[in-house]
Write a protein that binds this ligand. Structure first.
Ligand code: AFP
Length: 327
């Protein structure tokens, strides 16, 4: 017997129909899926085609750009254009906000086309992360730098693993797997598990003694209770977290022996990393806070590439650390 699974687009059509929504979001998501498939293809064959190396440029964040970063960015922008639904996009790869369909567009799209560069030269998992906000259709438009609470959807592809997770506002976080026809299929609703036995902690252990002492003490008091996993690519680490529960954190770096390497603002980018996973986490029953213990989703960015510290995961753990951060 052939086993058939529901496709992502079929799932989404039914979702839009059930909630009486327009077709515009469908057109946008179709473009996003096409982009992800293209990125996946280039990444899989990247080692053979010489695409997993450096591009020879430094980006606005002062980081060396990988060839794949550029390819992935180009692919996403191409498909966003063809959707004709996006007013502005913010990409990790471009300093300025990218104007697309300013008059007829309906959405704002914030994305990191290939997150986790340290994994690229090894062909190991990276992510394509995105958040989507919608134009204010009723009142005056307040611009395009939206807080995560204003997103209507957020998602991530783990590349080249072939998994896709999409969270829809007040409608849950859903995981799909790629099938033999390169379709994303079989929606599975993701809910963070209550059972603490599977919970994991995920952070860069090498940074541990650069964190605020309160955080170092919290780690010392909790590290023996949970397993520890760290891939170094947010999409992969967050993918595990959604299944197993626990907490991913990238705290502010304030005690580095070389003060120039301190990152009091945190490392992760708010609009297309922290807010994206925080939105997904909320839809899976979890929570996320910044270095002040305040919800990430309430943070309205002042500029597109703003950074933040991030603590995201099972509500109990995040509430616990928020208490420490506020104490
Ligand atoms: P890059 O894409 O610039 O390498 O950053 C990846 C990332 O923003 C995120 O995906 C990881 O969780 C985090 O950085 C890893 O940072 P460390 O290498 O400092 O642990």
């Amino acid at each position: 017997m052939i086993q058939f699974e529901q496709t992502f687009m079929n799932f989404l059509f039914h979702h839009q129909e059930k909630f009486n929504r327009t077709y515009h979001f469908l057109i946008l998501m179709d473009a996003v899926i096409s982009a992800a498939k293209h990125i996946q293809h280039y990444y899989l064959t990247g080692a053979l085609k010489g695409n997993l190396g450096l591009a020879g440029e430094v980006n606005i964040q002062g980081e060396e750009v990988m060839r794949m970063d550029q390819i992935a960015h180009e692919i996403v922008i191409h498909y966003l254009k063809t959707s004709e639904r996006v007013i502005h996009a913010v990409s990790e790869e471009e300093e300025l906000i990218i104007p697309l369909e300013e008059k007829r567009g309906r959405y704002f799209f914030y994305f990191d086309p290939l997150d986790g560069s340290a994994n690229v030269s090894h062909g190991l998992p990276v992510g394509f992360l995105f958040g989507i906000a919608k134009k204010n259709l009723k009142g005056t438009e307040d611009g395009h730098l939206r807080a995560g609470n204003d997103y209507i959807a957020a998602g991530m592809f783990v590349i080249p693993t072939g998994t896709f997770t999409l969270a829809l506002r007040e409608a849950g976080a859903w995981r799909f797997h790629v099938d033999e026809t390169m379709n994303f299929v079989k929606p599975i609703r993701m809910i963070l598990p209550d059972d603490t036995r599977s919970w994991e902690l995920s952070f860069n252990e090498a940074n541990r003694y650069t964190f605020d002492e309160k955080i170092q003490n919290w780690i010392a008091g909790n590290e023996n209770k949970y397993s520890f996993r760290y891939l170094g690519a947010l999409a992969g680490d967050f993918h595990r977290l959604l299944s197993n529960g626990g907490m991913f954190m990238y705290p502010a770096i304030i005690n580095h022996p070389n003060p120039k390497k301190n990152r009091p603002q945190g490392k992760l980018r708010l609009m297309y990393e922290a807010a994206v996973v925080s939105f997904m986490c909320r839809e899976a029953g979890g929570h996320a806070v910044d270095e002040t213990g305040s919800p990430i989703l309430n943070k309205k960015p002042d500029q597109p590439h703003q950074r933040t510290a991030l603590y995201v995961g099972s509500k109990k753990l995040v509430d616990d650390i928020a208490g420490v951060l506020q104490g």
